[in-house]
Structure formats: C-alpha cells, structure tokens
Design a protein around this ligand. Sequence first.
Ligand code: NAD
Length: 256
Amino acid sequence: MLKNKTALITGSTSGIGLGIAKALAAQGANIVLNGFGDAETPQKEISALGAKVAYHGADMSKPAEIEAMMAFAAEKFGHVDILVNNAGIQHVARIEDFPVEKWDAIMAINLSSAFHATRLALPAMQKTNWGRIINVASVHGLVASAEKSAYVAAKHAVVGLTKVTALENATSGVTCNAICPGWVLTPLVQKQVDAKAAALGLSNDEAKKQLLKEKEPSLQFTTPEELGALAVFFCSPAGDNVRGVAWNMDGGWAAQ
Ligand code: NAD
C-alpha cells in the first residue's frame, strides 16, 4: 500500500517508534530512522522486511539538527510523505522538585521537535497533495497524572498542535492525527516499573501489575505492533478524511 512513499519516524531506534517503522516498512514504505543508541539492529530489521532504510542521528532537541535530518531524507528519497513525530522522554517529580533542565528538555524533545519537523515536512506534502503527519502524543495528552508536569503539558500541547496542523491542511490531501497510547512496555516505562519495584519492595512482575492496576482498566500493556497498525490505518485511503483526532489506545484509561 505504501510503495514509493517515504516515512520518517523520529525516535525510532527503540520502542513505539521502531514498532511503527516496522509496520510502515511492511507496507512497502522507504524508512528514515532516527534516535540514539544502537542504530544498526533496527536498520537490519527494517531491511529484512524488504524496505529501503536510512538513518540520521539528529538530536531532536536541536532545531539545526532537525533541519539537517529533513534535508538528508529529501536527498536520500526525494521527500518525506509520512512524518511520525515520536521521539520523547519522561521525568517524574513533583513541580516544586522538578529540575528546570528536565522541563526544558521535555519541552524541546516531546513538543518543539514536532513543530520543527512538521514545518519542514509540510511544503513537499502540500506540493504533492498527499501527506500524513502522525504525532505520538499519549493518554497524558488527554488526562493528567501527578508528578508528570512537563510530560502532561507537552503532550496536551502536541494534541493542540495536531488539531491546528489538521485544520490548516483540511482541504488538501495532507492529514494530521495524534495517537494516544496508555502504558506500553518500552524502556521509557520500564524505568517507571523499576522505580516502583524499588520504592515498594516489589518484584518486576508485581510492579508491572501495580502500574497497570492504577491506570489501565484492561490490565494489559498496549503494544508497539498495535500502535503500528493504527499508524498504517491513518496512511490508508480509509484515513483520507480522518483529521485532527487524538485516538487513544489505552485499555480504557481515559474512559474512567
Ligand atoms: P523509548 O525510550 O523506547 O524510545 C524513545 C526513542 O526516542 C528512542 O529511539 C530514543 O533514542 C529517542 N530519543 C530520545 N531522545 C531523543 C533526542 N533528543 N533526539 C532523538 N531521539 C531521541 O520510548 P517509547 O515508550 O517508545 O516512547 C516513544 C514515544 O511514545 C514518546 O513520545 C512517548 O512519550 C510516547 N508514549 C509512550 C508511552 C509508553 O507507555 N511507553 C505511552 C504513551 C506515549
């Protein structure tokens, strides 16, 4: 379905970004990966699906590096048809204890990077009159949790940015939507599982169950594969008129 389309997924060396990249690769899209850590293994995994793959290590907190990454993608594959703004970090602390540099980093990586990549991707999408911008927000783009001020503020703002992007392109073939996952067992969440296990003297399994019980009625983690399938739906012809939604895949978290 996505042959001859190019998808750039930020923060795709791990977790949800890699899951979405694999789902789009399986549909035939060329893939541009981004993120820190081991970039070799994810590239091999995408190649094994028969897709063309490239990697750029831009630090998404730095606008000049985002510009370089978008220019790299255009040089490699012509232009970006599908942009998935996914890179994100977390820090957990009460507001009065929240480190100022963590606030700034979360705003830059979880929010401003999506603005920069979007503003740079839009002109080529508008020219071809086809584009998909998928912002990986969070259930925390819809509801709050204590001790996550920067994350919740950034994710609510990502949902707002999604709506504005959708409206500004509403009469074109360019759509923008947000995905709002509940708990997904990635390194970002494993850190929170570890913190709970240490604080309450629980095993890894007990801490996972506790985390789910607090927020997610299904008592199941959402998976990167399920989120990848939702991204594929947004890219399908059936998604042509899905615009500006914040679609939760959260086991009932936000329904409470
Ligand atoms: P993860 O830690 O597995 O992956 C994060 C990715 O972002 C990695 O590839 C990492 O290298 C990259 N990254 C981090 N800082 C970066 C930077 N400055 N520049 C470039 N890349 C950077 O986490 P994940 O759980 O897969 O999170 C992905 C997205 O999903 C985030 O936006 C997160 O907020 C969101 N999300 C996660 C969950 C969850 O439960 N895991 C739930 C809702 C939303």
